[in-house]
Design a binder for this molecule. Structure first.
Ligand code: ADP
Ligand code: MG
Length: 525
């Protein structure tokens, strides 16, 4: 343990906190948004506005668990990654994993949040077969990270515009994951896999600042991008590394907040959108019918595209939170925070601003390129020492199309940054035309190889030799006297000759030269 991260002895309960005190830590709800008609949902009795707040569980990237040395590797045999602490054997004591603390602080910094130098671990008590301790260690009243923000870009609207919206972060706290009950292994028994038991999670709680399913999806996407840039969570939702509890309510635009329903454990961004759309319509139908919304926990069924009730507020758990007497409050000093701030990587918003400022990219192109760190890294290698806009066009229009077509990720790209860079250089040097460059790009994808060499061996060099081009122009003019007459009467038809010459030269003639020669020979402007 770093001596700047100290744990100090305290009594398990402070005078204001008795074990009997169980009320939920309620946040004061503040409305930061101006109602925007673009986001309203028309209803039978008038417009409605959706209000969304999310609690995202993000698995901390760390080799070992939050309070034990057991491995966190995904896909291990059931119960292969379980220490005595994770199995809650009597007398075992938790020891905080400092790397998880660092990761939470890094994440807080990436979310532009307040870092709390003192935080407290509590016991959240409940019984469940996948929770051998009988309680989850979590942070309740004093989380490690306080208020922060995430900026999302929403759009395009009808005129193609994008709008930046700031989503408030309420807090981020560290907690343990539970194990997993397996009901599909035996006809009459359920099994328990404790591999996840004790794995460190960051729970990132947003303010109720989102106003549409699109905003919620953009928020989750952006949050995942930030976590991946930081390297604090891999964001793989299909492996359960990131999942969202989605709180949804509806209200009359700008009115008081409505009663919310919480949709638990949604594990894909698409499902988050579907769950919100369904849930908002369900609530609106009830309210328009004169009914009222019960505050409840619901589940999203992806097969049916519906949410259904899991438990009502009356059945809500009473967790009997109290400070964990086995763990001292977590304390660190400013230098511990500063050190991490100094080594924080460039984050997507800053990278976007830099690409726009330094390379003159449009906001849209820059957003696309920074959306994934690996893509941004790839782009920066291609753009180094070259025209940024040309590089952006190739990466966004050509490379990304190939990745979509082949179902490959940027990490599996069939064209390396060096290969794409060489193709761009060959165009700039006038060695190949833009059209041939597209062919060369396809050759590199299917066969690989050095683009410069391929240009030689495949004879793809642009013909700039005026004599050779002139010969081709003469031949086509001689063979098509009727078209010549037409073109003289209507000069735009000269384009047909240009096309024929390009065809005759296998696309290798320099287009500008062809154009000039055709016009001169036809005597048109
Ligand atoms: P709990 O821990 O009981 O679920 P919190 O008060 O911490 O409750 O809130 C959890 C989430 O619910 C937060 O993301 C918050 O923004 C969101 N939320 C709170 N009230 C509403 C509401 N009326 N509509 C939508 N979301 C809400
Ligand atoms: Mg909740």
């Amino acid at each position: 343990m770093d001596d700047r991260v100290a744990q100090h002895a305290v009594l398990p309960f402070t005078e204001n906190e008795t074990p009997q005190q169980t009320g939920q830590h309620s946040m004061t709800l503040v409305d930061t948004r101006t109602p925007d008609p673009k986001r309203f949902i028309p209803g039978a009795t008038g417009d409605w506005e959706i209000v969304i707040g999310m609690e995202v569980h993000a698995q901390v990237t760390s080799h070992s668990k939050l309070f034990s040395g057991a491995s966190t590797s995904f896909g291990a045999e059931p119960n292969a990654n379980v220490s005595l602490v994770d199995a809650a054997m009597p007398g075992m004591l938790p020891v905080i994993n400092e790397e998880c603390v660092r990761q939470a602080v890094r994440t807080g910094l990436g979310l532009k949040a307040e870092i709390n130098k003192r935080s407290v671990f509590d016991r959240k008590n409940y019984f469940y077969p996948d929770l051998p301790q009988g309680y989850q260690i979590s942070q309740y009243k004093q989380p490690i990270v306080g208020e922060g923000k995430v900026t999302i870009s929403v759009g395009p609207d009808r005129s193609g515009g994008f709008e930046d919206v700031e989503i408030g972060i309420e807090r981020l706290h560290l907690e343990q994951d539970a194990g997993k009950s397996m009901h599909d292994q035996h006809p009459t028994m359920s099994y328990v896999d404790l591999n996840r038991s004790g794995v460190a999670l960051m729970e990132i709680v947003s303010k109720p600042d989102m106003r549409s399913a699109d905003e919620a999806k953009a928020y989750l996407t952006k949050l995942r991008t930030i976590l991946r840039y930081l390297g604090t969570c891999d964001g793989n939702m299909d492996e359960g590394s990131m999942r969202a509890d989605v709180n949804v309510s509806v209200r009359q635009p700008g009115g008081a907040f409505g009663t919310r329903c919480e949709i638990k454990n949604v594990n894909s961004i698409r499902f988050v959108g579907q769950a919100i759309e369904y849930e908002a319509r369900r609530q609106i139908a009830i309210l328009e019918d004169g009914g009222k919304i019960d505050q409840e926990t619901r589940l999203f069924d992806p097969g049916k595209g519906e949410t259904r009730s899991m438990r009502s507020k009356e059945e809500a758990h009473d967790y009997r939170y109290f400070p964990d007497p086995d763990l001292l409050p977590l304390e660190f000093d400013q230098s511990f925070i500063d050190e991490m701030a100094q080594h924080l990587p460039e984050l997507p918003d800053e990278k976007k601003a830099r690409l726009m400022g330094e390379l003159g990219l449009s906001a849209y192109d820059a957003s696309v390129l920074v959306s994934e760190k690996a893509l941004a890294d790839y782009f920066e290698q291609v753009a180094a020492g070259r025209d940024g806009k040309a590089a952006a066009n190739w990466v966004i229009n050509d490379l990304m199309a190939v990745l979509n077509r082949t179902g490959k990720t940027i990490e599996e790209t069939p064209v390396s940054p060096a290969q794409l860079g060489a193709i761009i250089d060959l165009i700039r040097e006038g060695v190949i035309s833009g059209k041939i460059a597209k062919d060369l790009f396809e050759i590199v994808i299917s066969e690989g190889g050095d683009p410069r060499q391929l240009v030689e061996t495949r004879g793809l060099k642009q013909v700039t030799d005026t004599g050779a081009i002139e010969k081709a122009v003469d031949e086509i003019i001689a063979a098509n006297p009727d078209k010549v007459a037409q073109a003289k009467a209507k000069p735009t038809l000269a384009g047909w000759f240009v096309g024929q010459v390009m065809k005759a030269t296998g696309g290798k003639a320099a287009p500008a030269t062809v154009n000039e020669l055709v016009k001169a020979k036809l005597g048109v402007e």
